[in-house]
Write a protein that binds this ligand. Sequence first.
Ligand SMILES: [Zn+2]
Length: 429
Amino acid sequence: MIEAQLRAKGPALQRAYDRMPYSVQNFLTSARGWFLTRNRYAPGMYSYLRELRRHEKWSTEEIARFQLNSIQRIADYARQTVPFYSNYARVAFKSPDDLRKYPVLTREVVSQNSDRLISSTLPAHECIRVGTRVTLFGSRVVPPEREQPPFWTNNYLERQMLMSIFHLSETNAPHYIAFLRRNKGKVLEGFPSVLGILADFVLRTGTTIPMQAVFTDGEPLYPFLRENIEKAFGATAFDLYGNTEYAGLLTQCEKGQMHAVPDYAYLEILNENDQPVQHDEEGYLVWTGFINDAMPLIRYRIGDRGCWQPKQSCSCGRPFPVVRPTITRDSDTLRCPDGRLFSPRALNQSLKGATALRFCQLVHERPGHLLIRGVASQPSAYDDLMGIQKNLQKILGPSFTVTSTLVDAPIVRAGGKIPLIIQPAATAV
Ligand SMILES: [Zn+2]
């Protein structure tokens, strides 16, 4: 309940936080950490962790049995408690293939029916609305106008240091490097594009800063980013593919393969006609999630693509399916004339709360001029666009002119990629 209120009052609380002295900001970061810790490290978490570790030793038959039971449970639960599914006929599942009796849910259908997809068992005050564009990695821990370090705060209880992703620049690079050097040997986690910028800073000094391990999440980890990150931090980068809908999860094992996590969701890979693809043929990832009882999604086609790895067994020993996700979303980094660098994820924050746009792209037309191109999905698109313009102006500051326009179609790059940020060189292509 407190979490729901905190999120509802987010912008006002952020403004108050920005005005506090640094020591108070540290205290508040830790207080927030304490609050999250109560959930994250509750006694139930440890028994759950033990259970998940046991699942890693499951046989293929045990996985199949668990998944069939979970599909049956979530389908019955959805039919009984979720208005959207109330008219669906009951299916007695004999195999996961019976899921084909359900239609595939597209993002558009989910977005149009978001209220009807919420379970009635959930009290309204416990309902936390989380957009796919909000992420903890993008927490605004440091006020935007700060020009001197520290560009980080401490969450002492969780022994976590949060670095700002909004203050990366050539000028601040030495400060970031010094901070990382003081904290070498620790675990580093973050968005691939942000860690890529830090890795470049480090490599340019001709040295490395060894870390224990690197965890990436929230964006595609391109091979060139992985190479730089692993080189700069002398550690393996472990990637994770998840989604805010809690519909599906792929995690990278120590042997470098991406596994679909079988106790989290059931995965189908389907072609354009919603038919299963052949092995090694690319298709859409379609998820039936087992853990989101607040908003159960059955056969959710999230838009990302991938294929089954032809050789299903992995030398790590886990009998979990091996998937090769296709990297389809890419973007540039916004390089400002004054040396500031904004990763796509940093600017993604400005899109928070916008629901009436199908696509939104930021075109760096010429130095100091950014054009927002929005493609409408609902009549209120213009209001969303104005909101984004205001947010971006605040993040980028007065040295930037931000304008916006509604257009019919996004700028699409070769291979169907729709980048968030488009730099002048790229627009000329
Ligand atoms: Zn493996």
